[in-house]
Design a protein around this ligand. Structure first.
Ligand SMILES: [Zn+2]
Length: 87
């Protein structure tokens, strides 16, 4: 059984980053770009190169790095900058 939850991802500075459709339980490790429902800071809706960094538009901290995971582009979360989210 897969459980899907909609979560809000926020930077530690308070900047809203994304509304994300999370499938597995546990803490948020990565966000598949095609599962981001709302790109609230306007930082995920473009073409990325692998290992490109994404920054918070507010505090300029690195919030994620792009990797290919199971053949899909995904933003691997930098836990130092993003509020931890568990489901
Ligand atoms: Zn920030």
């Amino acid at each position: 059984m897969t459980e899907t939850r909609i979560i809000d991802v926020e930077c530690k500075c308070g900047q809203e980053l994304a509304r994300y459709k999370k499938v597995k339980r546990g803490s948020l490790q990565k966000m598949y770009l095609d599962m981001i429902l709302e790109d609230r800071a306007g930082v995920f809706s473009r073409k990325f190169e692998v290992q490109e960094n994404i920054y918070s538009p507010n505090c300029k901290k690195r919030i994620a790095t792009i990797y290919m995971i199971h053949g899909r582009p995904a933003a691997k979360i930098n836990h130092g900058a993003v509020k931890s989210t568990r489901t």
